[in-house]
Design a protein around this ligand. Structure first.
Ligand code: NAD
Length: 344
């Protein structure tokens, strides 16, 4: 039997499946209906998520349009497939981790896509962890509800889909500490929990189809606004003669405390190990933040809701991208808009 491979230092360790099971952090038997996992989208996030599933003992097979991304997996003994359709032939569950709504729609509905087999599907469960708008999640859920299973599985009468975007970023994806926000049928959420807890430390059920995506874009809109608010307050403080480090100590035991002040401080030199302390490299790019704010604003206008702060934040992050900071961490808004002062 081919073993899954895993890199330890510069060596590739190869283990048989039973051995991997022994190493599983979950240390529980994998339900047979979740055993074969097809994973699509091996980028910054998906590559770690797929590897964590393989480490937990799932039989993972992967697909990406980027051949180099697939090569890294095949070198480690993890099988690859050339199209979403081919991947779905051998999977119980499909997980997608793609850049945006258009990529997700293409993978589901495009040529050689997941749903392209005349409405009779092999996998019984689909999990989309990409950050997309709730309307896209609901559209795919409707598309899937019109399909049937190729074979009667006993445990599922029809194929089901969960929208399950994540919070935590690349370090949490690598460490298996993501938070999943999950929308879709509750029975599918309950069945999928072992998968979520092989890639993350929290899974929160949000209600019907699209509600996980709705939760994610609300979370990121609040994060963008709080990052801008904290950045502006630190810059004002500096202009009034208070160093950002001192103001951070005050915020963190006062009412302005938030993730942007105590975990992901935007001012260079105030915190170690965050993007602001390494020239805003790594982390969550301004481009992705602009994308998520755009999703939030499109969704808001779809229901006739006005987001005063959210639309302002979108303009600010769009401008940041136009000014060449699209690949810098989104906390670079501090430097871009307020640089020039003593930063500590
Ligand atoms: P990424 O661009 O690094 O990876 C996306 C992968 O999808 C790439 O390998 C790409 O080749 C592949 N892909 C694109 N189109 C494809 C197709 N048609 N078929 C197969 N593969 C295809 O993106 P990422 O940073 O891994 O983010 C993935 C998702 O997770 C995004 O929706 C993002 O908003 C969300 N997210 C990212 C972070 C983060 O910190 N990077 C945090 C939370 C959520």
């Amino acid at each position: 039997m081919a073993g899954f491979g895993w890199r330890v230092g510069s060596k590739v360790q190869r283990w048989g499946r039973s051995c991997l099971r022994g190493l599983s952090s979950a240390a529980t038997a994998i339900p047979s209906q979740l055993e074969n996992v097809g994973f699509i989208g091996l980028g910054n996030m998906g590559s770690h998520m797929a590897r964590n599933l393989a480490m937990a003992g799932y039989k993972v097979t992967v697909h990406d349009i980027n051949e180099n991304a697939m090569k890294k997996f095949s070198e480690d003994g993890i099988p690859t497939k050339q199209s979403p359709h081919e991947l779905s032939e051998s999977s119980d569950v499909i997980i997608t981790m793609l850049p945006s709504s258009s990529h997700v729609l293409e993978v589901y509905n495009g040529p050689n896509g997941l749903l392209g087999s005349g409405g009779r599907l092999g996998p019984w469960l689909y999990i989309d962890s990409s950050t997309v708008d709730p309307q896209t999640s609901r559209k795919i859920s409707m598309d899937i509800s019109r399909c049937h299973l190729k074979e009667n599985k006993g445990y599922a009468e029809k194929p089901m889909i969960l929208d399950a975007p994540v919070s935590g970023g690349v370090p949490a994806a690598e460490a298996g500490k993501l938070t999943f926000m999950v929308g879709g049928p509750e029975e599918a959420y309950i069945a999928a929990k072992p998968l979520f807890f092989s890639m993350g430390k929290n899974a929160i059920y949000c209600g019907g189809a699209g509600n996980g995506s709705a939760a994610k874009i609300c979370n990121n809109m609040a994060m963008a606004i709080s990052m801008l608010g904290v950045s502006e307050a630190f810059a004002l403080g500096q202009n009034l003669g208070i160093k950002a480090g001192t103001l951070t100590d005050i915020f963190n035991c006062s009412s302005a405390r938030c993730w942007s002040s105590d975990t992901y401080n935007p001012v260079p030199g105030v915190m170690a190990g965050v993007p602001s302390s390494r020239n805003y490299d790594g982390g969550f790019t301004s481009k992705l933040m602009a994308k998520d704010l755009d999703l939030a604003m499109v969704s808001a206008s779809g229901v006739g809701f006005k987001c005063l702060m959210g639309s302002e934040a979108l303009e600010i992050f769009r401008k940041l991208c136009e000014d060449g900071c699209q690949f810098k961490d989104f906390s670079c808004a501090f430097r871009h808009y307020y640089a020039g002062k003593d930063e500590k």
